[in-house]
Design a protein around this ligand. Sequence first.
Ligand code: MN
Length: 220
Amino acid sequence: MQTQSPISAATARAPMPDSHATAIHELPPLPYEFTALAPIISEATVRVHYLKHNKGYVDELNRLIANSEFVGMSLEQILLATAKQPEHEKIYNNAAQAWNHSFYWRSLKPHGGGDAPRALQPLIAAGYGDTDVLKRELATAATTLFGSGWAWLALDGEKLKIVKTGNADNVLTQGLKPLLVIDVWEHAYYLDFQNRRADHIAGVLDKLINWEFAADNLKR
Ligand code: MN
């Protein structure tokens, strides 16, 4: 058996040069500790959700697009280029799931919830009257989505819109600007709430939802 010197082992693990690294999609850092969303979302749930599910979509996307026309494109470019094309369904699903999860983690924060910031208030007043009504409608969308998917707060032109999408689907493909998203796949809550999706959603909206992130996305 051949032995490898420490120097060549270190070289083998060195990061790829930048010109190559841009072709590889990476799992974005979680914006807080694994424990930060407890007790609504436990450390165990965040770990498996981020390190297994989220990482799995990123890894599978990289495997699927290797040596394809999609190398070098952003997640958003890939999901828009592959949406509703049966021959690219696997690439679409994994690119959209990678995008959605990155957006989802930033849609939550420890000590979130409360009232929406001033920048969102005129839109909320025009569309829903007040934040409580908006939260109730977002909760209804998240709770009533059949099967796996996502509940979004999005901007449709100048108006807020609540949209539920199945499986990996992303509102960017509908021409909407996403502001917030809630993951309603069972892997997002089953360890903590089992079948009680409504209780998980209520906790997310009361304690974790990151309205400032939604307000920031208005400007993008
Ligand atoms: Mn998920």
